[in-house]
Design a binder for this molecule. Structure first.
Ligand SMILES: NC(=O)c1ccc[n+]([C@@H]2O[C@H](COP(=O)([O-])OP(=O)(O)OC[C@H]3O[C@@H](n4cnc5c(N)ncnc54)[C@H](OP(=O)(O)O)[C@@H]3O)[C@@H](O)[C@H]2O)c1
Length: 300
């Protein structure tokens, strides 16, 4: 998948792709590119049969609805385990043993880090769900059915990954939740709140390109966002997503290698999406500010 990402950026930027006669690239290539691009960066000549696998991008809210329910359930079960000395249900310990690659120890009690990350993941999903339903204005953009299925599965696996990461925290010792509180929790929480605010304000700016100040939808076309972090990067909401995942890594005290693997995935995935978005803007809008970076201010 990563190879396909890199090849897509290097070999087929959308501006050149639009001028390429249909059929120039092998079918496998076209299929791969269709699996990577979504929404506005997908709006090019595509084979007829590829449209059959499209689902509306406005269905993004399904991911977050699943996440709110599933990760909310996992959070409640972890709180029961910690506060009322109950054990995880058998089906969950089975899943955890399978995913963590070790026998799940029933006496394993979630640490403050795990509970906080579960809480932040749930609140992030809830905010995104509300933004999808009540803030963002979606056009007729589409995503691939495989991307849709992946998105649903992603938030289910992510919740289990958080609980598995608890294994790495044993070295920090047990004790009351309050006594476990350290600088990692505080700095992670501060970064999580700041990044969430940045992401929310960026999504409001994008929505206002279609509604203006009145709040009534006037257009579904794509415009050039201005103001705030949009003056530095084309996609501050993708940058904020990365910061949110890094903040959860800090809450884990930087100890969970599994979590940093998740962060790496988000880094690649959002960097690619930002790069494609930047190219879309450059191609579509002649006067698009050339000094803007795509993803990370002054870096990428
Ligand atoms: N963790 C992950 O793996 C992951 C993966 C994907 C997304 N996300 C997060 O989910 C959030 C949304 O992602 P996204 O890819 O949907 O963002 P996006 O493509 O920027 O779209 C966000 C909203 O803004 C609209 N929009 C985008 N560009 C616009 C423009 N130039 N003018 C007017 N409206 C515009 C979109 O409408 P249309 O596209 O319908 O036109 C949509 O309603 C982001 O914060 C991202 O970080 C996370």
């Amino acid at each position: 998948m990563l190879t396909a990402y890199i090849r897509d950026i290097v070999r087929h930027p959308p501006c050149r792709r639009q001028k390429t006669p249909k059929g120039t690239f092998p079918v496998t290539d076209r299929r791969q590119r269709d699996l990577i691009r979504y929404g506005k960066t997908k709006q090019c000549n595509r084979d007829y049969w590829l449209h059959k696998l499209d689902v509306p991008k406005r269905w993004f809210w399904h991911f977050y609805a699943v996440s709110v329910v599933w990760n909310g359930l996992l959070l409640v079960l972890s709180l029961h385990l910690k506060l009322q000395n109950q054990s995880y249900p058998q089906w969950l310990t089975y899943f955890l043993s399978f995913l963590c690659g070790m026998q799940w120890n029933e006496s394993q009690v979630p640490q403050l880090s795990t509970l906080l990350v579960q809480l932040f993941l749930w609140s992030h999903s809830l905010r995104r769900l509300l933004e999808c339903l009540f803030v963002s204005v979606y056009s007729e953009g589409v995503i691939h059915m495989a991307q849709y299925m992946f998105g649903i599965g992603y938030y289910i696996i992510l919740g289990l990954t958080v609980i598995c990461s608890n294994n790495f925290l044993d070295a920090k010792g047990f004790g009351s939740l309050f006594h476990q509180l350290d600088l990692g929790h505080l700095s992670g929480t501060a970064l999580f709140i700041s990044a969430s605010l940045l992401q929310h304000s960026s999504l409001v700016t994008l929505a206002m390109l279609r509604t203006g100040n009145s709040g009534t939808v006037k257009t579904f076309v794509h415009g050039v966002p201005h103001g705030g972090w949009f003056e530095l990067v084309s996609c501050p909401h993708y940058f904020a997503e990365l910061l949110i995942y890094i903040s959860l890594g800090l809450v884990f005290g930087g100890l969970s290698l599994t979590w940093w693997t998740v962060v790496s995935y988000v880094l690649f995935n959002q960097a690619l999406a930002a790069q494609l978005c930047q190219e879309f803007y450059m191609t579509k809008f002649e006067g698009y500010p050339r000094h803007r970076y795509a993803f990370i201010p002054f870096v990428l």
